[in-house]
Design a protein around this ligand. Structure first.
Ligand code: CTP
Ligand code: MG
Length: 613
């Protein structure tokens, strides 16, 4: 069997690629099973409201836990997983929220301890004493529920080890099949998504005491269909509900307080309060770090019980709509996601992407590069332009963010007229992707998803990818010339490899994708490696007067007509700042006077002025 991760409950729910069926088939259109983003989000949020996370002794606790929970209502499913420190958890889903409320009403706190008695849906299942045991036995008929098969999934959330992935790839029949397998093995599964929504709900419930209308929504790769197992959880808090504000019929209006703080400072103060709340009161939340001086303040924290690294912001919601747009593109054609996954994995392997923020490309703009290529694929467009989606937006598709970004576009693609005639398989597309960018003129051209074609670059950024929702912004503004060069070298290497590789191999030796993801990058062996990641975040703050290091000098030489030394330094600050300021939402215009940077790890402030350009 080549794929032990292949079938997951979420498939049905989110209309994901039917895994192997698509490979080699002429029809890659998966729109007939499309479920709109809002429907999925609402379904997931509702699931989270009906779910509890319970720490247990082991998966053997299942029958007892199931029986115990069944006193309070119908248990729809129990999902088991272990965290990295080998703690066992079960996510229990009930059929109604009322069931959960009943259970919580009879849940207790540890006695005689100095903990703060916060109520949440993160519980632990303690061993019962004899008296309790006999009481419970009277209530519950164990034989009815003592059926281990009812455990929905056992030890889910285990991220497949690299060598296991490569071993599995050996068993495919073609490179296209390998690409599909890679996607099947590594994509975010149902339980991973559930845990992300449960974590969002934990913060949301904590806020709801004071802000009953506040919502906390996952965005980014957790929800856009391009998330792999173990990806970070991006969260955004929305305090207002438009429906409520527009309720003109109500004669009663809440008394509220005027905010005396404005804009950014206000946001930072609110973030401080939220971060303290997460740190002091929310079970399982640890390593809370405030990065409030960044352009878009964020709070980083870990949710240990769910095994997640989270980034929370309270700014604009356009990141949410961007996630919806990516989700939509991923659902137009079954080849999109496997291709994006493979390219993201390859980019990580050749060190084009990197977990820490810096001058290099990140997964989000890289994904846009794949989408752009698919709009311009050699044998015909596989994806329509964003302008096409804008043009076909109906009345119900209109959306405007709080900061007035127009996020209207066609949302239900089921009846979309665009049909691709391109029947290239995944291997061909992967090869064409690399070739396409080998010959792309990055020096004068910008990638416009909106137009679905390249347009003239509006400034000197090394890589210019227009933010489809805010066309005056470049989502890859942080990428340096040096990194862009490296990217081109890697594209060439990969194109060359795919040109010469044989289509099949045996089960003993690496072949096809296995080699592409195993071979060390040649550009890492050459001089570029000396300049790669040469500026470390910590270096930037060691000594402001520090001489430019070799890497800076190298870059300076390349661009001496364009920038001066300080600007190189400032670029880096700004780029890292922009990364840290989360993904979010966009490369908003910088309030340069206030541009300060906090190292995400050290959280030390160091104000410095950045030149206005
Ligand atoms: N985003 C955006 N504009 C940017 C950067 C990010 O709109 N300039 C939004 C996108 O919706 C993106 C999300 O913020 O998906 C989260 O960004 P990030 O975490 O960097 O990317 P992910 O897509 O989540 O990918 P990864 O798995 O690497 O976290
Ligand atoms: Mg992310």
């Amino acid at each position: 069997m080549w794929c032990s991760w292949g079938r997951w409950g979420l498939r049905g729910l989110r209309g994901v690629t039917p895994s192997r069926a698509a490979v080699g088939a002429l029809h890659y259109d998966i729109r007939s099973s499309y479920i709109p983003f809002d429907t999925i989000v609402n379904e997931r949020r509702s699931q989270a409201k009906k779910s509890l996370l319970v720490q247990v002794n082991s998966e053997k606790s299942f029958p007892e836990l199931h029986s115990y929970c069944s006193q309070f209502g119908t248990v729809l499913g129990v999902h088991h997983y272990t965290t990295s420190n080998s703690h066992h958890f079960m996510l229990v889903e009930f059929s109604t929220e009322e069931n959960v409320s009943n259970l919580l009403a009879s849940t207790t706190f540890i006695q005689d301890s100095d903990v703060i008695p916060v109520q949440s849906k993160f519980l632990w299942f303690r061993p019962q004493n004899n008296e309790l045991r006999s009481n419970i036995r009277n209530i519950i008929n164990f034989s009815e529920t003592n059926d281990v098969n009812k455990l929905h999934v056992k030890n889910a959330c285990v991220i497949p080890a690299e060598n296991l992935i490569l071993r599995n790839l050996l068993q495919a029949n073609s490179i296209s099949e390998q690409i599909q397998m890679l996607y099947d093995m590594t994509c975010l599964k149902d339980l991973g998504t559930r845990l992300r929504y449960v974590t969002a709900r934990q913060v949301e419930s904590a806020l709801n005491g004071l802000f009953p209308n506040a919502t906390v929504c996952p965005f980014g790769s957790s929800v856009n269909g391009f998330g792999k197992m173990g990806c970070d959880l991006d969260l955004v808090v929305k305090f207002t509900s438009e429906d409520l504000a527009n309720n003109l019929r109500s004669r009663l209006v809440f008394h509220t307080k005027k905010s005396t703080l404005t804009g950014r400072t206000q946001q930072q103060r609110y973030m401080e309060i939220i971060s303290d709340m997460i740190q002091f009161f929310l079970p399982g939340c640890s390593h809370v770090r405030k990065i409030l001086q960044a352009r878009i303040p964020i709070i980083k924290f870990n949710q240990d019980y769910a095994g997640l690294d989270c980034d929370l912001s309270i700014s604009s919601t356009s990141g949410l709509y961007m996630s919806e747009l990516l989700y939509l593109y991923g659902n137009i054609d079954s080849r999109v996601r496997p291709l994006v996954f493979t390219i993201r994995k390859w980019a990580k392997h050749v060190a084009l992407t990197n977990a820490s923020p810096g001058k290099w490309i990140t997964n989000f703009p890289l994904t846009l590069m794949v989408l752009f290529f698919l709009q311009n694929a050699t044998d015909g467009a596989i994806l329509p332009s964003f302008n096409y989606l804008r043009k076909h937006a109906g009345e119900s598709d209109m959306r405007l963010t709080d900061d007035r970004v127009n996020c209207s576009f066609l949302r239900d693609i089921k009846d979309m007229k665009f049909i691709s005639q391109n029947d290239s398989d995944l291997k061909e597309l992967l090869h064409q992707f690399f070739e396409f960018y080998c010959s792309f003129d990055f020096s004068t051209q910008a990638l416009s998803i909106n137009e679905g074609r390249a347009i003239k670059k509006p400034d000197y950024a090394a890589l210019y990818i227009i933010n489809p929702l805010q066309i005056n912004l470049n989502v890859s503004k942080n990428v340096s010339y040096e990194e862009c060069e490296r990217m081109k070298i890697e594209f060439r290497n990969a194109a060359w490899y795919l040109e010469s590789v044989s289509e099949t191999g045996n089960e003993k030796e690496s072949w096809g994708l296995g080699v592409l993801l195993k071979e060390k990058s040649s550009s890492l062996k050459n001089k570029f490696v000396d300049y790669h990641r040469i500026v470390q975040v910590k270096d930037l703050f060691m000594n402001e007067k520090k001489e430019l290091n070799d890497g800076d000098k190298f870059e300076k030489d390349i661009h001496k007509n364009k920038v001066n030394n300080n600007q190189i330094h400032d670029d880096v600050i700004e780029q890292i700042d922009s990364e840290i300021s989360l993904k979010t939402v966009q490369n908003v215009n910088i309030d340069t006077e206030q541009s300060q940077f906090l190292s995400s790890e050290n959280v030390q402030t160091r104000g410095r002025k950045v030149k206005r350009r």
